[in-house]
Design a protein around this ligand. Structure first.
Ligand SMILES: Cc1cc2nc3c(=O)[nH]c(=O)nc-3n(C[C@H](O)[C@H](O)[C@H](O)COP(=O)(O)OP(=O)(O)OC[C@H]3O[C@@H](n4cnc5c(N)ncnc54)[C@H](O)[C@@H]3O)c2cc1C
Length: 460
């Protein structure tokens, strides 16, 4: 029996895709940087089917790319060399929402927005939130250890996981999907697989802790004249009695791109300023008629660190302010060729880092900054002309990027805060991981995937 015939017998004809259009779609991710070259797309529905797929691929030494919502920004879900893409999109069942124990259990292909909705319906709260929530999936969020917009308040994916179910490279199903709040029996293996970017197994199920519904959120957009002032406002927020749920930042250049691409969002500030911040707090109770952030903003003005501020006074403004921040990625993607860095630094080194990077010669490349400032997470975007010479742009960006990574290494930051390494950053892992760490990672990979079929060329 041929490989295709075997998979058709296992999954049915509709779930074994060979047509060029499907191979192109499933062979790439949101970076759209690499020409896709998948040989086959498989769409299993159960962990047992995934198990049979991997057992077959392992025996026949066929490489596999695990695929979720393909919103990844590191080239993790791309098939470059004739791999078989295993998409978990049909594994889209929410299996249980347990209110008493406060968790949700779902198959790996459930989109993040559906998990949020299910938690909300149960009167609880799913603590992850990403700009890609409509498309990214539980398995992808786990495999990338996604961070996101509320990291400052709730932490990342790793912090919320009670259990996962995995299929190993040889097809064995590793069930670590208990629902224990406390469990100290040897190594916490599930944490090894979280953030492993499809290189150690395929995640088929996850059990995620839910939270109590948050108190109402309040938002303000601020404008400042220096990066240092943004950090000073952040320090004021830390002292405030309100719970900070987001402290995002973006530059005027990012803001202008969003305004151009999404004109219906309109402008917020009458005069441009170099930096803007979006501050969101969760507030249990506040003086009627006064915006809960009013006192804090007043104090910031009196310290001379604010140039302007606008409060979201109603639901429409609240979602418009957030849309301005959330649409930056999309607006940059539409305007030109984008290469992204996703960096973290200790907060105390951020200002010095930004000064060093601003002083680097850019050679005509437009560089745009935004990110989750409260987590020390900066997204640097290098923009090239949509119709220019791609190779020349990539060469120039690479020269600049290496200098940025040298700064990161100097301040002991990370070259990947939340997007992962994928194939985009595999040559740069050494900027943030020691030789010994990389050696240990390689050994773990060799133990769990001795034939090297799982997502080859990613991370290493
Ligand atoms: C507009 C936009 C905003 C974003 N904002 C954020 C943000 O704020 N924070 C953030 O962290 N990321 C963000 N991202 C990046 C992306 O959404 C996340 O990395 C997300 O977790 C990827 O999930 P996915 O299902 O799309 O995975 P994919 O892109 O399909 O895959 C990502 C990696 O996970 C592996 N994988 C996928 N599914 C499985 C599985 N079931 N088992 C094993 N491995 C698997 C793939 O092989 C690949 O290596 C954003 C992306 C976009 C486009």
């Amino acid at each position: 029996m041929t490989t295709v015939a075997y998979f058709i017998s296992l999954l049915g004809k509709d779930n074994v895709l060979e047509d060029p259009e499907a191979l192109a779609i499933y062979g790439t991710d949101w970076t759209r940087r690499y020409p896709p070259n998948a040989s086959l797309v498989l769409r299993p529905k159960t962990a047992q089917e995934v198990s049979k797929i991997l057992a077959y691929c392992n025996e026949h030494k066929l490489s596999v790319v695990p695929s979720g919502g393909r919103t990844g920004l590191a080239g993790g879900a791309v098939a470059l060399d004739g791999e078989i893409v295993v998409s978990v999109e049909r594994m889209n069942q929410i299996l249980e929402v347990n209110i008493q124990e406060m968790w949700i259990c779902a198959q790996a292909g459930v989109p993040l927005a559906a998990l949020q909705d299910a938690a909300k319906k149960a009167g609880l709260f799913y603590p992850m939130d990403l700009g890609s929530k409509g498309s990214c999936q539980l398995g992808g969020n786990l495999a990338t250890n996604a961070g996101g917009l509320k990291f400052i308040r709730y932490g990342g994916m790793r912090n919320h996981v009670l259990g996962i179910e995995m299929v190993l490279a040889d097809g064995r199903i590793l069930d670590m999907n208990a629902s224990l709040q406390k469990d100290n029996c040897g190594y916490d293996l599930k944490q090894l697989f979280i953030g492993s970017e499809g290189t150690l197994g395929i995640i088929t199920q996850g059990k995620i802790r839910l939270m109590k519904k948050p108190q109402p959120y309040f938002v303000t957009l601020i404008a400042v004249d220096t990066f240092s002032h943004l950090l000073s406002v952040l320090a004021l927020c830390r002292k405030s009695t309100h719970t900070l749920t987001a402290f995002e930042f973006f530059t005027d250049a990012a803001y202008q791109h969003v305004k151009t691409c999404f004109p219906h969002l309109g402008g917020v500030f009458s005069d441009p300023h170099p930096f803007y911040g979006l501050i969101e707090v969760e507030v249990a109770s506040h003086t009627q008629g006064e915006h809960p952030l009013f006192r804090l903003i007043e104090e910031a003005f009196s310290c001379g660190i604010l140039a302007d501020a606008v409060f979201a006074e109603n639901a429409e403004q609240f979602s418009r302010f957030w849309s301005m921040r959330e649409n930056i990625t999309e607006s940059l993607a539409r305007t030109g060729r984008v290469h992204k860095n996703d960096l973290t630094l200790p907060l105390g080194s951020l200002e010095a880092f930004m000064k060093s990077v601003s002083a680097l010669p850019k050679g005509g490349i437009e560089v745009i900054y935004f990110g989750h400032l409260g987590d020390g997470n900066i997204h640097i975007n290098y923009i090239g002309p949509a119709n220019g010479d791609v190779e020349a742009f990539r060469r120039d960006v690479r020269v600049l990027e290496k200098k940025v990574f040298e700064c990161i290494a100097h301040y002991r930051g990370s070259i990947s805060a939340e997007h992962g390494i994928g194939c985009i950053k595999r040559e740069d892992l050494h900027y943030s991981r020691s030789e010994l760490e990389i050696e240990i990672m390689r050994k773990i990979k060799a133990v769990l995937d001795p034939t090297g079929i799982l997502n080859p060329g990613k991370i290493f």
